[in-house]
Design a protein around this ligand. Structure first.
Ligand code: HOZ
Length: 430
């Protein structure tokens, strides 16, 4: 029997002292109704809330937990690192070990700089691209989300799309004007942007598999087409692989689709659940970063030894079992699709590797316009029915489901049974 009381009490307290009661907006459940569950602990594929309810977790901290919750090797690595000291603001051996590990899967990242979040990685990469090219404008895609830096909160996905806040106040007009927005999966829009602003565009940043308007794979030839256009225009191609890195393929989207970005941004999995980010790429570009070059970027906690060790342990363990996680994702996607189809519920399942989305729409989803045809009211109802049946999703149609290496057949069966029942209840209520 699903009951809650303590979560509600804690949320009331949190609302008194935090905007919306949360540390990040999507967590407030505004798009799905009700109030958030407060999590007590996690182990493997499962989490438990403060009222003792258990859930199979597909949020996985929005992606980082490739090996599930409280994985023994990750916990051990964190404990060993913490006993030696939590932060030094000085060089440690394992920074290079983590970077070497990343480079063994993403060799195009010839040199990297570690930072503290995906947002920071993206801000830094864009500053570098602007310095390197001597140009100010950038291109991004509608519905892509690259963190909350001013110049990128324009027609963004993730929480911005979820809460319907396309134009965030507080962003200087001249900053927003330097961001050109094009539809995802549309090469001619990129060509037109260059025609309209010749010699002014420093870079295009793109999620090579979109993950923040739900998961949307690139159309055939899209990434190659971008590579060609950006090369022709002497502008840089930046792959934001904060979400896709080690998730769509062990070598990220750049390996899966065999397209070479000039710069790449990372986060999430490389910290195994602790705060981290990284940016890197061509050596001749990265050499512009201080202290080698004059593009300044710094951070007291950058390369934090605990985050670095958690990331290393996650990559060491997770990449050995990556194929299993991807096969479990495929199993679940097929199962969900079959259940929806049996009940004549229009639903598109989009997924690549270990991340996927279910859109409640009859139309194929390939960009923001088609993603936003998804029935978000229906999603909210299904979300609530799944929650009380022990399945924890991100409280947004536009966030991805993530699979881990420890989601076993019991977790998948539990999810499929819950989905079947949830759809039945929602259809009967409608
Ligand atoms: N960074 C995540 C992007 N999908 C969202 C996490 C959040 O907004 O809390």
């Amino acid at each position: 029997m699903y009951t809650r009381s303590r979560s509600d009490v804690l949320f009331a307290t949190a609302r008194d002292c935090m905007p919306g009661g949360v540390s990040s907006p999507v967590r407030a459940y505004k798009a799905v109704g009700g109030s958030p569950v407060f999590i007590e602990q996690g182990a493997g594929a499962w989490i438990q809330d403060v009222d003792g309810n258990r859930y199979v977790d597909y949020v996985l901290s929005y992606g980082p937990l490739l090996v599930g919750h409280a994985h023994q090797e990750v916990v051990d690595a964190i404990q060993v690192a913490a006993r030696k000291g939590t932060s030094f603001g000085a060089c440690t051996e394992h920074e290079s070990n983590l970077i070497r590990k990343i480079q063994s899967f993403m060799p195009l990242m010839e040199r990297l700089r570690l930072v503290n979040s995906g947002t920071e990685a993206v801000m830094s990469a864009l500053r570098l691209a602007r310095a390197f090219t001597g140009r100010d404008k950038i291109i991004k895609c509608a519905g892509n989300y690259h963190g909350h830096a001013d110049c990128l909160l324009v027609e963004a996905g993730s929480g911005v799309a979820t809460l319907g806040l396309p134009n965030c106040p507080g962003i200087p007009k001249h900053v927003a004007e330097d961001t050109l927005v094009v539809p995802f999966n549309n090469l001619s829009a990129v060509e037109q942007a260059f025609e309209k602003h010749p010699g002014e565009i420093a870079a295009m940043i793109v999620e090579p598999v979109a993950g923040n308007m739900g998961v949307i794979p690139p159309a055939d030839g899209y990434l190659n087409g971008l590579r060609q256009i950006l090369t022709d225009q002497n502008a840089l191609l930046i792959f934001d692989e904060v979400m896709t890195g080690f998730r769509v393929h062990p070598g990220g989207a750049q390996a899966l689709y065999d397209v070479a970005p000039d710069l790449t941004t990372l986060g999430k999995v490389i910290g195994g659940g602790l705060p981290i980010g990284a940016y890197g790429g061509r050596d001749d570009i990265m050499t512009w970063i201080a202290p080698e070059g004059s593009v300044y970027q710094a951070g007291t906690l950058s390369g934090n030894p605990i985050a670095v060790q958690a990331g290393l342990a996650t990559l060491n363990s997770g990449l050995n079992e990556w194929d299993y996680a991807a096969s479990q994702a495929a199993l679940l996607m097929n199962g969900l699709g079959a259940i929806a189809s049996d009940k004549s519920v229009p639903m598109q399942v989009n997924g690549v590797g270990t991340m996927f989305s279910c859109f409640f729409t009859g139309a194929p989803v390939m960009d923001w316009d088609t993603a936003s045809t998804s029935n978000v009211v229906f999603f909210a109802k299904v979300f609530r029915q799944l929650l009380i049946r022990g399945v924890h999703l991100a409280p947004s149609q536009y966030e991805a489901w993530f699979m881990s290496t420890v989601h076993d057949s019991e977790a998948i069966k539990h999810t499929l049974d819950a989905f079947d029942e949830a759809l039945e209840v929602v259809l009967n209520d409608d």
